[in-house]
Design a protein around this ligand. Structure first.
Ligand code: XMP
Length: 504
């Protein structure tokens, strides 16, 4: 594996991603991780990330003593290169202006560029620069503004590059990283099958014969985790699925089918949820009520299982959450001991977080290996409060039933027309508005529903999806014909911002 020491660059986690895409396992540690901690991981190579500091800052982050002397390849990127150059006896100068953005290498050669040909576009983001290279090192690349944009010392296995090979704006950057893997002799076996085997061994080792409880939501992370744990520890696992009565049509049975071999405890809590929500139309109040009721139900289940000797609570925490909760550089020994959904402290579960070193797309790959049905694996995001925030105004069982049927027609229509995977999320909203229509020879006065489909990368911003008019006509007809309580369908053409994806 490769250890990446994080000097605070906003791109550090991309370095880890790129290596993993090359099937090489890599882990991010704080810049000052102790030498013993690094050696325990038995890395084949070290990468020093970029960072916002100048090597001349009084509080410039440094690797621990001995790290730069390790007899293994070390690659410094940006700040990492400057630090390495200075450490090896080169000279680093603070620039008056930062070089930021796209550059083209005017020349490149050397081991990291092996097999690369043609124009090399490199993304730069640096203030300091190396003004003279350490002795016994050679310059490997330059730009018109930066004479020393890279250096190497093959004998010492030390490499520096000023540009960021990890960002997409450096299109051939992955080739540079691939060359580094080759130099380091890293085995490229970080595949989904391999990850599954490792995780299973690790879970068995940790849990022994203890019992484990897991909350499943029907989303990809918790469902994949359920399958993994089931495979690892079989009957020692109990998965708890809370049906709050605000799920989509058939959602509960889909989860039940996918986890048919696991000990799945489905808690039908629709009554307490719906009675707590009765007459409530304020969006924030609805969200708070659903959150509160969820914790109430889950706490009851957790207490029951704890009293039956369950020791572990499994969670689908992912690597980005772990990196985030570390709060940037220097925050060593990351512990994400926040409890599930606000469970009280007197519940004494130990946390089991097998995915805490994985990215979302790695979990999706694992899900495929474990045989999670695509209906769940590739499912759009669905909010915790469920349909309660898609029924504007007060919530009644009748309205839930209407919205479930509308939503199912919309979603299955998207699948039929091969549009489901082209949008990031799609949903239907039941408004309290009624309008006049005509059906057959009769007047109708029925509900207005809105359809929304968005494209997005992460849900933070979104654009409305340009669904084909023919498709919109098809679903609109189908909804109005199949759901008699609805006589008008509109399509939401607002982006986020200014709107949000959900309507409440
Ligand atoms: P908004 O409406 O804020 O939604 O643009 C962004 C994304 O987050 C989902 N969402 C939630 N997910 N609990 C969740 O687990 C929630 O309370 C919640 N509210 C919104 C939403 O579906 C979209 O994917």
């Amino acid at each position: 594996m490769i250890v990446i020491l994080d000097f605070g660059s906003q791109f550090t986690r991309l370095i880890a991603r790129r290596f993993r895409e090359l099937n090489a396992f890599s882990m991010i540690l704080p810049s000052n991780a102790p030498l013993e901690e690094i050696l325990k991981l038995e890395p084949k190579a070290i990468v020093l990330s970029g960072g916002p500091n100048s090597v001349y800052d009084t509080d410039a982050p440094k690797p621990s003593a001995g790290v730069l002397e390790l007899a293994m390849p070390i690659l410094g990127i940006c700040y990492g290169m400057n630090f390495l150059a200075q450490h090896l006896g080169g000279k680093v100068e603070a620039a008056t202006v930062r070089e930021y953005g796209k550059s083209v290498l005017s020349s490149y050669a050397g081991t990291l560029f092996k097999g690369i040909e043609g124009e090399f576009v490199a993304w730069m983001s640096h203030g300091d620069g190396v003004k003279s290279i350490p002795s016994h090192c050679s310059i490997t690349c330059s730009t018109t503004d930066t004479a020393i944009a890279g250096f190497e010392n093959l004998e010492l296995q030390r490499f520096g590059i000023q540009f960021h090979p990890e960002v997409v704006h450096t299109p051939k950057g992955a080739l540079v990283l691939e060359n580094f893997l080759e130099i380091a002799g890293v085995t490229r076996d970080w595949t989904a099958e391999h990850i599954v085997d490792e995780l299973i061994a690790d879970i068995r080792n940790k849990v022994g014969s203890d019992k484990v409880m897991l909350a499943v939501s029907g989303g990809v992370d918790s469902s994949t985790l359920a399958l993994l744990l089931q495979k690892a520890i079989g009957t020692q696992l109990t998965a708890v699925f809370v049906d709050h009565g605000l799920l989509r049509l058939n959602e509960r049975s889909e989860v039940e089918t996918a986890l048919a071999n696991a000990d799945l405890r489905v808690v039908d809590a629709s009554k307490p949820f719906l009675s707590a929500l009765e007459g409530v139309s304020d969006p924030e109040s609805k969200r708070k009520i659903v959150g509160r009721e969820f914790i109430r139900v889950f706490e009851r289940e957790a207490r029951a299982l704890e009293s039956q000797g369950y020791r572990w609570l499994a969670q689908g925490t992912l690597y980005p959450d772990v990196i985030e909760s570390a709060g940037g550089i220097g925050a060593a020994n990351i512990k994400s001991h926040h409890n599930v959904g606000g469970l009280p402290d007197d519940l004494k579960f130990e946390l089991l977080e097998p995915f805490r070193l994985l990215f979302k797309d790695e979990v999706r790959e694992i899900a495929k290996v474990l045989g999670l049905p695509d209906a769940i694996r590739l499912r759009h995001p669905f909010p915790g409060p469920g349909l309660s925030i898609r029924i504007l105004g007060d919530i009644t069982p009748e309205k839930i039933d209407i919205l479930q049927r509308v939503d199912a027609i919309f979603i299955s229509g998207l699948k039929e027309w091969n549009l489901y995977d082209a949008v990031w999320q799609a949903l239907a909203v039941l408004t309290p508005v009624r309008s006049v229509g005509v059906m057959g020879d009769g007047r109708t006065y029925s509900y207005l529903v809105a359809l929304r489909a968005v494209t997005s990368i992460d849900g933070m911003t979104a654009d409305w999806a340009r669904l084909p008019h023919d498709f919109l006509e098809f679903v609109s007809n189908k909804i109005v014909n199949a759901v008699p309580e609805v006589n008008r369908v509109v399509y939401d053409i607002t982006s986020k911002p200014p709107a949000t994806i959900e309507w409440e």
